[in-house]
Design a protein around this ligand. Structure first.
Ligand SMILES: NC(=O)C1=CN([C@@H]2O[C@H](COP(=O)(O)OP(=O)(O)OC[C@H]3O[C@@H](n4cnc5c(N)ncnc54)[C@H](O)[C@@H]3O)[C@@H](O)[C@H]2O)[C@@H](O)CC1
Ligand SMILES: Nc1ncnc2c1ncn2[C@@H]1O[C@H](COP(=O)(O)OP(=O)(O)O)[C@@H](O)[C@H]1O
Ligand SMILES: [K+]
Length: 547
């Protein structure tokens, strides 16, 4: 199964295209023909019987793709209507517009024009793509609202909307509709395509925030830019040199899209999942699979840490010790018997325990209590062992700059957005501002900013989970098909899975990425009705399926 692939920013995509053209191996016109042909091909795959189609063409190259789609669908027997703008586009789009002009007319791109005449079976949105820099306005805004269902119906049924590269108005660097407020019910407009065909690679905005919902089914079409991806390329055209910056690398985990050439894509996370199966049989003993320590709290607070501990055991840590306050030790006497118990009352007791060098991963936060987390983190962080900080440990961090300063690159922080805002209020505020310009500040930017600032891996939770390392590498895991994962204790299980993977020797970014994947797979396999206790019990099935 394909589970990992490179995600690009719009700047990187443009640079790759420019490098391809500068190499002389391909022209802009070739690329546009391939892009339009990929969209027309997907439309014909989805709706094999030719019908009526309206193609809406914007002022730039996205519109150029639209004119190609119009020509190719016409050739395939579709009845094509084109609405376009009265502007002079760049040379490639102008040529495609001219070629269409030999076949059919171009109506004006207004709602009135769109509403007039026969209804179409398919509408193609080729208004804006990666070139969007500001919120749509005027006629174009009205048409986008209209397509989004906020400006009156187009017909008796919802149109089948196919987006070229992205639904227009979506910022492909962030996944927000420019001009609409994040986190609000954006009735400003919400264009929902049934199919989006994008080129070469997914962009950040396809996977984050409103992107997945607005794009519908996402198909990534190969347009022959493969050779430009193997290394960094420097080109000099008329202006200053352009560097195709593909590092640091951003990878999508379990991408919710199809690709036309799967051989090109890496699948780091899936390979790691397979690695989990292959315990080294020769000389393997429990300590070779690590010893995870899950710190727990006082009386009546043990459930969260027990979820973490159970998950760490299930993911294959050789040993797991739960460490509550002595007053709560008796509460942990039940199942699972495989779990070891050891009371820790204070930092001195933790120091004692950590003299055992075989303890190679720590989880602190779930059900711990903020004061206890504060005291124990002060002891645990300088030891520089791999450590997951969740829940109360994150609150402790947000209140203690000294603890923040003691974080290191073996730490994984797993905040949800509320915890993130307490830890990094300025970054959260930036994220909360209404984006009026593209490229808009993204969740990826925020997670990266946080990782760089604190020197640790930051996993920002949500339906779109972003994981960033201090060196800039990042992973995106979109799981918009799993609303039932938003259940009490699911985060504690995730913290436990990551801790178990750290104990088994994965580096922090990989442990967080693979943890997010297995967590989501477990929730998907169980289905609705899931409670957090079910998640660890699904892990064996996921491991079997991954073999
Ligand atoms: N560059 C290339 O070689 C290729 C580009 N392709 C297509 O080209 C698209 C990018 O084309 P462009 O860079 O021309 O940009 P777009 O076609 O996305 O946008 C057109 C122009 O509209 C202007 N604009 C931005 N926001 C606006 C707003 N709110 N209101 C009014 N005007 C606005 C900008 O000046 C922009 O250049 C991609 O999304 C893809 O569809 C494909 O044909 C593949 C090859
Ligand atoms: N709508 C959603 N769809 C899919 N996953 C979600 C959604 N909302 C939250 N999640 C995931 O569920 C988990 C919830 O974690 P968290 O917010 O810490 O809850 P808790 O503290 O109750 O354990 C995280 O892994 C998060 O990524
Ligand atoms: K578009």
């Amino acid at each position: 199964m394909l589970t990992g692939t490179e995600v690009l920013t719009t700047t990187q995509m443009r640079a790759i295209e420019s490098a391809a053209m500068a190499s002389g191996k391909v022209t802009g016109l070739d690329l546009m023909e391939r892009a339009g042909s990929a969209v027309a091909g997907q439309i014909r795959l989805c709706w094999p019987k030719p019908g009526r189609v309206t193609v809406l063409c914007g002022p730039g190259n996205n519109g150029g793709d639209g004119y190609v789609v119009a020509r190719l669908l016409h050739r395939a027997g579709w009845r094509v209507r084109v609405l376009g703008m009265d502007n002079t586009p760049g040379p490639d789009a102008a040529e495609m517009k001219r070629r269409w002009g030999k076949i059919g007319g171009i109506g004006v791109l207004t709602v009135q024009e769109l509403r007039s005449g026969a209804k179409s079976d398919v509408y193609v949105d080729a208004i804006f793509g990666t070139g969007l820099t500001r919120p749509p306005e005027g006629d174009v805004e009205r048409i986008i609202r209209h397509l989004g269902g906020y400006g009156g119906d187009i017909g008796y049924y919802l149109p089948r909307l196919v987006a070229v590269d992205c639904p227009s108005g979506l910022c492909l660097d962030s996944g927000v509709m420019l001009g609409s407020r994040r986190g609000q019910d954006s009735t400003w407009y919400k264009l929902r395509a049934s199919l989006t065909v994008a080129f070469d690679s997914p962009k950040i905005g396809h996977l984050l925030e409103q992107g997945p919902e607005c794009c519908g089914t996402l198909a990534i079409a190969d347009i022959g830019l493969h050779q430009q991806r193997v290394s960094e390329v420097r080109i000099r055209k008329d202006g200053p040199p352009v560097t195709v910056v593909r590092r640091p690398y951003v990878e999508a985990i379990w991408p919710p899209f199809s690709v036309s050439d799967s051989r090109r894509y890496s699948d780091t996370t899936e390979r790691q999942a397979a690695w989990l199966q292959k315990r080294d049989a020769s000389g393997s003993h429990k300590y070779s699979h690590g010893h995870a320590l899950v710190v727990s709290g006082g009386p009546a607070k043990g459930g969260a840490a027990r979820l973490s501990a159970r998950a760490a055991l299930r993911i294959g840590a050789g040993l797991v010790t739960i460490a509550p306050h002595a007053d709560a030790l008796a509460e942990h006497a039940g199942q699972p018997d495989a779990l070891m118990r050891r009371a820790i009352d204070d930092a001195d007791a933790l120091r004692d325990l950590l003299t055992d060098a075989r303890i190679n991963a720590i989880c602190i936060g779930p059900g711990c209590g903020v004061d206890r987390a504060t005291a124990l983190l002060a002891e645990a962080l300088p030891a520089r062992r791999p450590i997951v900080l969740d829940a109360d440990a994150l609150t402790a961090l947000s209140r203690n700059p000294d603890l923040m300063a003691a974080l290191h690159d073996n730490c994984v922080l797993t905040p949800h957005m509320g915890e993130f805002a307490r830890l990094f209020p300025d970054l959260a505020e930036r994220l909360d501002a209404t984006p009026l310009q593209g490229p808009a500040y993204s969740k990826l930017d925020a997670a990266r900013g946080a990782a760089v600032r604190c020197g640790a891996v930051v996993l920002l939770k949500g339906p779109d989970t972003v994981i960033a390392a201090p060196d800039g590498r990042a992973r995106i895991h979109s799981a918009l098909d799993l609303p039932w994962l938003a259940t009490a204790g699911a985060g504690d299980v995730l913290a436990g899975i990551i801790t178990g993977l750290l104990a088994r020797g994965l580096p922090p970014l990989d442990a967080a990425g693979l943890g997010a994947l297995i967590h989501a797979k477990a929730a998907r396999a169980f289905g609705p009705g899931l409670i957090a206790d079910d998640l660890p019990e699904m892990i064996p099935q996921i491991l079997r399926e991954t073999a």
